[in-house]
Design a protein around this ligand. Structure first.
Ligand SMILES: *[C@@H]1O[C@H](CO)[C@@H](O)[C@H](O)[C@H]1NC(C)=O
Length: 636
């Protein structure tokens, strides 16, 4: 694992100014990891926007979100195989360049597809607007509709392109962390190594928050900000059809990745070792990313590790928590958007500014606690069990903090059907331009509401008011309708929701370090890097890969009105909010329960073992703390 041999062989006594090149390497590596996490965090922050822009189902966006793990999982084995025999800085730089290219690929669909089109957008250049504005009982509208909906075939290539971007991103990030960490660990002084690795770990855990914050910033701009002038942008940010400039963040991140990759092309293959006192041992060598498999003796080590029940149980518990995090990270912003009628931009602030910092705080505090108190393995298990149990109780109220879908005429609470009052209006079925009637009922479009007139603003670019609406009956006369959704009237639940979910994040994260300590202490020192490698492989295969797809599929089952474009389903217009909440949070509770059971079992096994040890050590010794389990006598 350690590359001292190579170092001795290849040294050509170059004398760098004391430590500076190496410190520069650590700095660069911090920046690079930040850039890398920026991309993945940003993708998750913009996924609901991409979904809407290109008409994906949530299942599709789940596949997209987890697709980088495919490239990553396939190639990580090679990294373990090459170990440190390669020119590590160049591999890292190359990986970063690939990742930068990947981010550009992700932004590409924006440049090759035409401008974003939605129902009733007011286009000055062409006649391609789909006009559902008002109720006209004539058939020319339908003819016009059919001819204008045809040239929208570009969007079919978008999904493969995004997948390719994600695949490249996964491939590019393969060498970055493992090679970086092993390089630092090889050439840092024993004294500084934990410090450097600690800094990198901190960067790694806070990185995604920057991604979400960047998402929040970018999604405030309109998607076609580069193609349209300001007066042409007539959508409001609160409009359910609003699409932010999702691609902008990928361009920024690609540039950042490109810049951080450059120094790596100049770092030497080997470095003189930093000189400093050997006060602290290299405790950090078994960091998560250090997954170099020791090839000789592999089967024996594998068998020995996998037969360790504590190891398996703790890893399974962590897999449950990782599944929870993967699903949350991908769809939490969509959940907040829909459930509390917030913009994508605002939802991302909640995640990047509240949820992630609370989780990081939990991890740090859990670590500090473990360091201070020198807690034994059984104590660690107890901490984990307690933390996850409390989590169950803080996550439960979340199920109650929400509202049903607002009343939408002909869609909710009734089954989707055409409205009799506007059946004469020849409203196109694909139209989505929600309006809120003066009686408080929402309509999918002003046409569906039977509105016959509209009042425009001074520029003639925005509709302010739809009037004479045949479907809206206010005291026997026709009512009016205002553009935009009525909203879920649930905004007041946002604050308690965020409080409870932040609390859940915080408490769950407390278990992170204790559970790692359990793994490191129950596995033989020489098996540690294998154990950590397997652990991360299981995270990928059992949690990061499948759960976003699982969550997406679950969310799709709660859709009550799918968007349609050229007879195909696009993204969901209306969800049954109660089902959405129950299934989304229900999955979370399921994973929390899974983690709880695994931690509890590991605690029981540990207690059982210690009971045995006590029995073996002191013959005839009677345990006084009343923890003797009845089956102590039956097993040896
Ligand atoms: C919309 O028009 C109706 C009927 O003309 C009017 O009563 C209502 O006040 C208008 N609402 C707004 C917000 O302009």
């Amino acid at each position: 694992m350690v590359n001292n041999v190579n170092f001795k062989k290849g040294t050509t006594q170059i004398h760098y100014p004391k430590g500076t090149v190496f410190e520069f390497f650590v700095l660069c590596h911090g920046m690079l990891q930040l850039a890398q996490l920026l991309v993945s965090g940003y993708l998750k922050s913009s996924i609901s926007t991409i979904e809407r822009r290109y008409g994906f189902s949530s299942q599709k966006s789940g596949i997209l979100a987890s697709f980088n793990e495919v490239g990553n999982t396939l190639l990580i084995v090679f990294v373990s195989f090459f170990g440190s025999r390669v020119h590590r800085p160049r591999f890292i730089g190359g990986g970063a360049l690939v990742a930068s290219l990947a981010a550009l690929t992700m932004a590409m669909p924006h440049f090759i597809s035409g401008p974003y089109e939605y129902t009733d957008h007011i286009s000055r250049k062409s006649h391609t607007q789909i006009n559902t504005q008002i109720c006209k009982n004539s058939s020319y509208l339908l003819l016009q509709m059919n001819s204008t909906l045809l040239p929208t075939s570009t969007w079919q290539g978008v999904f493969p392109l995004l997948l390719l971007g994600q695949l490249l991103l996964g491939i590019g990030s393969v060498p970055i962390q493992p090679f970086g960490i092993s390089y630092i660990d090889d050439y840092a002084s024993k004294r500084n190594s934990p410090l450097y690795l600690g800094i990198l770990l901190a960067v790694t855990s806070i990185g995604p928050a920057f991604g979400f914050m960047m998402g929040s910033f970018m999604l405030r701009f309109y998607v076609d900000i580069d193609k349209k002038s300001k007066v042409e942008i007539t959508l409001e940010r609160q409009d359910p059809r609003w699409v932010g400039a999702w691609w902008l963040g990928f361009v920024v991140a690609a540039s950042f990745l490109f810049l951080t990759s450059l120094p790596y092309l100049f770092f030497p293959r080997q470095m003189p070792k930093e000189k400093a006192g050997d006060l602290i041992g290299r405790q950090m060598r078994t960091l998560p990313s250090n997954i170099f498999f020791p090839l000789p003796g592999f089967p024996r080590i594998a068998l020995r590790t996998l037969r360790n029940p504590i190891y398996l149980l703790v890893v399974l518990a962590q897999v449950n928590l990782a599944a929870l995090v993967a699903g949350l990270a991908t769809f939490m912003s969509k959940f907040i958007e829909r459930q509390f009628t917030q913009t994508a931009s605002f939802s991302n602030i909640m995640i990047g500014g509240v949820s992630i910092p609370m989780a990081v705080l939990g991890i740090v505090l859990g670590g500090a606690l473990m360091r201070r108190l020198n807690i034994p393995t059984r104590g660690s298990a107890l901490i984990c069990v307690t933390a996850i149990l409390i989590c169950l109780f803080t996550a439960m109220p979340l199920l109650l903090l929400g509202c049903s879908t607002q009343r939408v005429a002909g869609i909710y609470p009734t089954q989707p059907k055409t409205l009799a009052c506007s059946s004469e209006c020849s409203c196109p079925s694909e139209a989505f331009n929600p309006v809120c009637g003066s009686d408080g009922v929402e309509f999918v479009s002003p046409c569906q509401a039977g509105c016959k007139n509209k009042i425009l603003d001074d520029n003639n670019s925005k509709v302010l008011n739809y009037t004479d609406c045949g479907c809206i009956d206010v005291n026997g006369s026709y009512g009016y309708a205002l553009p935009g959704t009525c909203g879920s009237s649930c905004k007041h639940f946002l604050l308690p929701f965020m409080v409870f979910s932040a609390l859940t994040c915080f408490i769950a994260s407390l278990s992170q370090t204790p559970s790692y300590m359990m793994i490191l202490r129950t596995v033989k020192p020489e098996d540690k890097s294998f154990a950590v490698g397997v652990q991360y492989m299981l995270f990928r295969v059992l949690a990061f890969l499948p759960t976003p797809v699982l969550y997406g599929t679950a969310i799709d089952t709660t859709c009550i009105l799918w968007g349609k474009k050229c007879e195909r389903n696009t993204s969901c217009y209306y969800y049954n909010m109660d089902l959405f909440r129950q299934r989304f949070l229900g999955l979370q509770l399921f994973f929390i329960c899974g983690a709880f059971v695994c931690f509890l079992l590991s605690f029981l096994v540990l207690r059982h073992r210690e009971g045995q040890q006590v029995q073996q050590a002191g013959q005839g010794y009677v345990m006084v703390d009343g923890e003797k389990s009845p089956d102590n006598t039956s097993c040896k």
